[in-house]
Design a protein around this ligand. Sequence first.
Ligand code: BT5
Length: 327
Amino acid sequence: MNSPSPRETILSLFSQNPDGFVSGEHISAKLGVSRTAVWKHIRNLRQSGYVIEAIPSRGYQLVQSPDVLMPESIQAGLECLRVGSRVRCFEETDSTNLQACRLGDEGEIDGLVVIADRQTSGKGRMGRQWESPGGVNLYASILLRPAILPFEAPKLTFLSAVAVCRAITSCTGLQPTVKWPNDILLGGAKVAGLLNEMSSETDQVHYVVLGIGVNLNMRANQFPADLRYPATSLAIVAGQPVSRLDFVRTLLREIDALYQIYLEQGSAPIMAAWTELCDLTGKAVEVDCNQLKIAGTMIGLAEDGALLVRTATGKIENIYAGDVRSV
Ligand code: BT5
């Protein structure tokens, strides 16, 4: 991991002190710089939107952080094993997945996180678009380099799905559900979408990119009229805004913890957690598989991540790609 910048060090000192006070002397000793240099770093942080008060004889106090996603505020005190070891934030990019793939091709490390404030070509599955206005949502891609075979990689979508659900519950108390293969729903409306991509050879994965889009503070009038399914945001459902910074930090911790479980125990515990979050098991569904529509009862997941649907004739179909709808 790269050594932290002075800003990162100061923000992490704030996060380590429960009363929020850090003395100028302590910062200057930690950074190995003069008190004047400390004051300059504090001034720069204020210019970036941090509200920092200076209280005589107690030191500096971080009163408020801006809801701007920056590597140092995301990483401060994050304590993840892998995820977030490097964080790249863009004000605007075409797609965080494309960025992460480009960086993956250049050799970026396991655990790299790419975040954008807005995307100009946010990607959904099968060439669809992901609506990505600025300042309101989370658009993130996580680069992982697990030593797995290519056929295993699609199962990592379940990891992102469980992590997103846990982060939503932790930040808002809401209880989302999952819909195979890549949707997170609140009250039946889509609140988050996932898009995994990978680079591999026949018998080796170079990297996997977990693409995660979560509608945090998007307003009803920001959704296009022609969405395939009803959509919503956490703020619409919770009735109050969600801190993007808190959400992304919570999400990265959840992904890191699940990734550790995945590396130690494989995908079975993660798929079990996903199944718990799915409320369509045992229900009548219709799956749109491009040319073909399959109707039946959703049974659950096969070991390889396929969706199992029992049709009216009693036949069990293993479905690898499609859009599921409850009927
Ligand atoms: C997805 O595709 O749900 C995958 C979305 C992944 C987005 C993330 S953002 C970070 C990373 N970088 C990227 O470029 N992508 C990933 P799919 O199941 O195909 O759903 C796409 C469909 O959802 C669209 O055709 C619309 O109908 C609808 N949609 C578009 N934007 C939406 C939004 N913000 N919220 C809810 N629904 C949306």
